[in-house]
Structure formats: C-alpha cells, structure tokens
Design a binder for this molecule. Structure first.
Ligand SMILES: C[S@@+](CC[C@H](N)C(=O)[O-])C[C@H]1O[C@@H](n2cnc3c(N)ncnc32)[C@H](O)[C@@H]1O
Length: 315
C-alpha cells in the first residue's frame, strides 16, 4: 500500500508559528472564560451571535482554535490536507470500531451504488472512490462489484482503519480484493495509469479548499477513458458564493464546477436529481444544498487520449 500524503507546502516560518501559538493560548483562555457568562445572555441574542453556526462554542472556541492550528501548521510547512488527515486521525484514534457512533455510519451507503447504477455501473465495471472515509459506501460498492474492481483512497489512516475493519467483518476483503490507498496528494496518479469506468466522491469536496478540488478535477482524467463517469457531490452555498464555512467545511456553487469542467476538457451535467430523498434530508451543514455533478471527458479529449498534454497549461 502506498502511503503518500504530500509534505510540500509553504516555507516553514518558526517565528510566525510561535506567535500564532501565543495568540492561540490567549484566545483559548479568554474565549472559554467569556463563554462561562453564556447563561446570562438572553437566548435570542445568543442565537444572533451564533449566526449560521451550531453553537457559540463552535463559533467562538472550537472553530477559531482549529483555524489557528491550521495557520500554525501552515507556518511549519504542513499543507491543509495533512492537517486535516492528522485531525481525523486524532479524532478517531480512541474510538473502537464497535463504537455505536462508528457503526451508525454503516446504516447507509447502498443508495450510492443505486445512483451509480443509473449511470451504467455494472458488476464488471471498475470504480475508484476518492475519499472512502470509514467505508460507508465502499462496503456496498465492494459487495456489488466483481473481485478486483474496487479501489479507493483516503488521506486519513484512521478512516482507512475503520474501512478495512468493515470490509473484513463483511468477509469482502478476501472475496473481493478491494485496494485501499492512504493518499492525500490529489494527484489521482496512484493507479499507475490504470483507467477506471467510474470515479465516485461523496461528501469529500466539502472538506477541501478550492485549490485542492481544482487539482482533483484536473488530475482525474489520468484515470479516465472515453466512457468514464466521474460523479462528485458538493455543498452548494444558498448565497451562491464560494465560502469557507468552518475550519474544515467549504461551500461551493455550480458555476465554479462549470469553470473547472471548461478548463479541463469535460462535459458537465447536473446530476442532483439522482440524490435520493434519504440523502437530501441529511442536515450536515445548515444553509446548504447537497448537489451532485457528473464529469465526462469531451469526445475530442477522449479521442486524443485523456493524458495528452492540454492547451492552456492544465497539468
Ligand atoms: C465526510 S467523509 C466522507 C466519506 C465517504 N465518502 C462517505 O460518503 O461516507 C470525508 C472523507 O474525505 C477524506 N478526505 C478529505 N480530503 C481528502 C483528500 N484531499 N484526499 C483524500 N481524502 C480526503 C477525509 O479523510 C474523510 O475520510
């Protein structure tokens, strides 16, 4: 298994990191102290202060502290995806596979196979999942597909640990030989030139900054051939802007995916209507709509070979 979470990033800056660390400590103490006064603040004012966030704690303590952690990491030369993978690893390190909060994840995911089947997925199709997480959808993809037809990657080792455990528990590792890569470099080059029929990525772009999403969309064509269908979900901002909503959540709009498609030689289709109601009810983020887009290679790009050098300088 290749383990290549990219280490490249801005030049390390020790004094900046130290300064940010000091700001973090001051913020942690003063915001926590101020928040003790919360019961004295009228409920309506608390709601106004919290705005679009789940709680005052998230808005004024957890969110800003994580943002400072990300800046400290950046000053030390650690790119965002590495910070995020470490954060996911820390978050899940203590949690056993049997924990109800982990097991609850496995109640859904079958609908993702159904979505792909509407676009022609068959047991002999080759599918790669970008950002498998704990294996919520992967368990169903692997079960549906023929042996050796599923591969997936994730930036977080801990997420992959759960995913492997789930596939083992279902007996699918031995019978279906899924391939899992720990990888957060957005290069989409881990299959050494192998082409797939489907690329699936759900609830992953939401946790990626725009430049990383752009890299994945641009690089996906290394895995694509003429008929490949690349399905990706994103959270659409009700205000139709691209916005960093929290330290780890981004809201996008359809227009930015149209631009990425145009820049990289894809046709883009809105596939949101294929998201079943069960998913649309999920209120993971407030003030958003979950959307699904379908990228396919433009006919002339597919004919020239998806890996052919592109005019306009795309990688
Ligand atoms: C909310 S989970 C979704 C998991 C799964 N797709 C699902 O639908 O249940 C997001 C996952 O994406 C992974 N991830 C985020 N950015 C990534 C990147 N740049 N490369 C690989 N994995 C990434 C995270 O580690 C996390 O496991």
């Amino acid at each position: 298994m290749r383990e290549t979470v990219s280490e490249s990033g801005p030049m390390a800056s020790a004094p900046r990191a130290v300064l940010l660390q000091a700001v973090r400590s001051v913020w942690a103490i003063s915001a926590s102290t101020l928040l003790l006064l919360r019961p004295l603040v009228p409920k309506r004012l608390r709601k106004a202060l919290r705005g679009r966030h789940k709680s005052m704690h998230v808005k004024f303590i957890r969110g800003p502290l994580h943002m400072l952690d990300i800046e400290i990491a950046k000053a030390r030369g650690v790119p965002y995806v590495q910070w995020y993978a470490d954060y996911k690893d820390r978050e899940g390190a203590e949690r056993p596979f049997e924990d109800p909060s982990v097991q609850a994840i496995y109640q859904s995911g079958a609908e993702d196979v159904e979505i792909c089947r509407r676009f022609g997925l068959q047991p002999h199709s080759r599918l790669h999942e970008f950002g498998v997480g704990k294996g919520r959808s992967a368990q169903h993809f692997v079960s549906f597909l023929d042996p050796g037809k599923f591969s997936g990657n994730d930036a977080s080792e801990n997420q992959l640990r759960f995913c492997r455990q789930r596939l083992d528990a279902l007996g699918l590792t031995a019978t279906k030989q899924p391939r899992l890569f720990r990888n957060g470099d957005n290069s989409m080059a881990w299959l050494n030139g192998e082409k797939v029929d489907f690329i699936w990525t759900y609830a992953v772009f939401t946790h990626m900054p725009l430049e990383d999403v752009r890299a994945v969309v641009a690089n996906a064509r290394h895995m694509m051939h003429g008929p490949t269908v690349f399905l990706a979900s994103f959270c659409e901002n009700a205000e139709q802007t691209v916005e960093r909503y929290t330290h780890k959540d981004w809201l996008y709009n359809y227009a930015c995916f149209e631009q990425m498609a145009a820049e990289n030689g894809y046709d883009l289709e809105d596939a949101t209507e294929h998201i079943p109601a069960v998913k649309r009810r999920r209120d993971y983020l407030r003030f958003h709509r979950e959307r699904l887009v379908k990228f396919t290679l433009k006919r002339e790009i597919a004919a020239a070979g998806a890996d052919a050098p592109r005019a306009g300088g795309a990688p």
